[in-house]
Design a protein. Structure first.
Length: 202
């Protein structure tokens, strides 16, 4: 399951590939028995692909050919990565482009698949693994940011920072950690009193 409770295989894939024959092959490979259960969108150019990936927040992965009519090489990958930083990216490459594909992986792509290789016949599994890796990377970075924020709060508390300001920052950290839009810190003054809102987020 992903962070939203949705099975990885039920998420949306965007295939950016200008060759219609290969697009049909890739879609058939993804949808074969036991394969991908989610929606598959396709684009034949980088411009169309970037439009789709920015308009559709449900896209979890981009299958990306680096050689497109309006973009070629590493810049193709970099533009998709920068436009959709939360999406996993699997690079599709020819046998002569292995070094370029490996460079894309070092720069943030989750995987690359050489066209015509045995791995190409199981795109669904490769995509599922890529999404899982991306989710793990995202969760790790989020945890690191949260730990740094909590450590900063602790240092400021020891230095005598205003308690109300610290509470406000703490409730914001809790909300981001839980993935909620709203959070509150409540104080119970005693048996006869009502809860008091000490800090709120959202």
């Amino acid at each position: 399951m992903d962070e939203r409770g949705m099975s990885i295989e039920h998420q949306t894939i965007l295939l950016i590939e200008d060759d219609p024959t290969y697009r049909r092959f890739a879609e058939a490979s993804l949808l074969k028995t036991g394969g991908w259960q989610g929606q598959i969108e396709a684009a034949g150019s980088l411009v169309d692909g970037l439009r789709l990936v920015t308009e559709n927040p449900s896209i979890a992965l981009v299958l990306l050919d680096l050689g497109l009519p309006d973009s070629d090489g590493f810049d193709t990958f970099a533009r998709v990565r920068d436009s959709a930083p939360e999406c996993a990216i699997v690079v599709l490459t020819g046998r002569d482009d292995r070094d370029l594909a490996a460079r894309a992986v070092r720069a943030g792509a989750q995987d690359y698949i050489v066209k015509g290789s045995p791995r190409e016949r199981d795109l669904a599994r490769a995509c599922a693994y890529a999404i899982a890796r991306k989710q793990g990377e995202t969760a790790f970075r989020r945890m690191a940011r949260q730990q740094a924020a909590v450590a900063s709060l602790g240092q400021r508390a020891l230095s005598g920072c205003d308690n109300q300001e610290l509470l406000q920052e703490a409730v914001a950290i809790v909300a981001r950690t839980l993935g909620t839009k709203f959070a509150e810190v409540l104080e119970w003054p005693g048996r006869e009193g009502a809860f008091l809102v000490r800090a709120a987020f959202g």
